[in-house]
Design a protein around this ligand. Structure first.
Ligand SMILES: [Zn+2]
Length: 138
């Protein structure tokens, strides 16, 4: 069954059910579709039908490649969150303490400014900067 929003030349719109789009075409050809308000046969499918308007999407779609790259970054983020300890703003401090005290083997992640990152690298501390993707952007 297909539901169409129909519009009459009198300006009224109403909904009607058909077994198929073909049935609608046949009935319309034979002038068997009447307006429920004025009984006119000048009835046609309304472009206001919600199932049609919802298809117009103004947001440009991301390319397949972009989507794939985004997904990989999101997956990577999930992996990091699962396997590493979030130290947030203490990243620089924690990274140093791990490097100099060798107290933990668990990886950490957190925030650091580019300057802080440079300092850590100069000190011989391994750090990697990764693009941090918002999980809602997929
Ligand atoms: Zn009418």
């Amino acid at each position: 069954m297909i539901k169409y929003n129909l519009i009459c030349r009198c300006g009224k719109t109403f909904e009607s059910w058909f077994s198929s789009s073909n049935e609608y075409d046949q009935l319309r050809k034979k002038h068997l579709i009447n307006c429920i308000y004025c009984n006119s046969k000048s009835v046609k499918k309304s472009i206001m039908a919600p199932n049609l308007s919802s298809k117009s999407n103004k947001i440009p779609k991301k390319s397949k490649l972009e989507k794939k790259a985004m997904k990989q970054l999101v997956d990577f983020r999930k992996y990091v969150e699962k396997n590493f300890k979030n130290v947030g703003d203490n990243f620089t401090k924690e990274a140093r303490s791990i490097h100099y005290d060798k107290k933990t083997s668990k990886g950490i992640y957190g925030k650091a400014t580019p300057e802080e990152t440079d300092e850590l690298i100069e000190e011989g501390i391994e750090v990697a900067t990764i693009p941090w993707i918002d999980k809602s952007e997929n």
